[in-house]
Design a protein around this ligand. Structure first.
Ligand code: NDP
Ligand SMILES: Nc1nc2c(c(=O)[nH]1)N=C([C@H](O)[C@@H](O)CO)CN2
Length: 245
């Protein structure tokens, strides 16, 4: 039986682009750096350019695009600019996210709906034609393991991430067989600087592996999905065994 090759050789990766939304920091920036090192062109979106890029420029192959997904107009502006650049897309990674708890104001759910659902919905609908017909193509959504059980303190966040998970499965059905569409559902990946010792201890205790893995495990999951030709409509649990507790 003929082996199916999905991986693009290093040489022709340089003419294909991976979009990572919210890629100017933390998980998104780490994955952008690893994918650029793999030879891809990477477009990261951000709401503001970072001052530190003057002294510490982004790695070669990474280019920032300004985008604010808090309004439909902002999402459409991003889509128009992306189309005007007419990249040969290899992947779109919907990483942008707001992690607001339920005391963050009356419009918190609406804000998270815009970033977690409205933006991926419009971008997937209007940008799928930027993927070349004859080459591997992936859309990957970053959801959250918390959708398994719900969250007493992040009701709105959890609901919007659950909606993103359903949106991912629907686009998998709509865009097959040309584009594979999957989700990655992380639990704790990396703490925020403001997380105190007690919070960190409690968060680590929620999984049987009890670790803060860092963003490499998200990059590994992205590469697994990109390189495997037979996975679509899935949601990859990346949770240290939280479901076993
Ligand atoms: N960190 C973790 O432990 C976990 C992370 N996840 C998920 O993994 C992904 C990456 O996590 P992490 O790196 O911590 O994410 P961050 O909290 O650092 O947010 C990522 C980016 O989202 C962007 N963003 C927020 N609101 C908007 C908006 N209105 N328009 C455009 N961009 C916006 C921000 O970009 P900017 O400010 O530059 O515009 C920010 O840099 C997220 O989807 C997250 O929900 C899930 C579970 C655990
Ligand atoms: N957009 C974000 N989403 C999430 C974050 C984050 O920092 N930004 N962090 C978490 C937590 O790590 C949680 O999984 C464990 O405490 C969840 N989502």
């Amino acid at each position: 039986m003929q082996a199916v090759s999905q991986g693009t050789s290093h040489s022709n990766r340089s003419d294909t682009t991976i979009v990572i939304t919210g890629g100017a920091q933390r998980v998104g920036l780490y994955c952008a750096e690893r994918l650029a090192a793999d030879g891809f062109q990477v477009l990261i979106t951000c709401r503001h350019l970072r001052d530190e890029w003057q002294q510490q420029p982004l790695a070669p192959g990474i280019e920032p695009m300004l985008a604010d997904f808090s309004t439909v107009e902002g999402i459409e502006q991003f889509i128009d600019e992306l189309k005007s650049r007419a990249p040969r897309l290899r992947a779109i990674i919907h990483n942008a996210s707001l992690w607001l708890d339920d005391s963050s104001g009356a419009d918190a759910l609406q804000q998270m709906f815009m970033v977690h659902m409205q933006a991926p919905y419009l971008i997937n609908q209007q940008c799928h034609e930027l993927f070349p017909a004859d080459a591997p193509a992936d859309i990957i959504h970053l959801t959250d393991d918390v959708t398994r059980k719900g969250s007493a303190k992040h009701v709105g966040y959890c609901a919007s991430k659950a909606g993103l998970e359903a949106l991912s499965r629907s686009f998998a059905a709509r865009l097959a067989p040309q584009i594979k569409v999957n989700a990655i559902a992380p639990a704790l990946i990396m703490f925020n600087p403001e997380d105190d010792a007690d919070y960190r201890r409690r968060a680590l205790a929620k999984s049987v592996l009890g670790m803060e893995p860092g963003p490499e495990v998200v990059y590994q999951s992205i590469r697994y999905l990109m390189d495997n030709p037979y996975i679509t409509g899935s949601c990859l649990p990346l949770n240290g065994g939280r479901h076993l507790k």
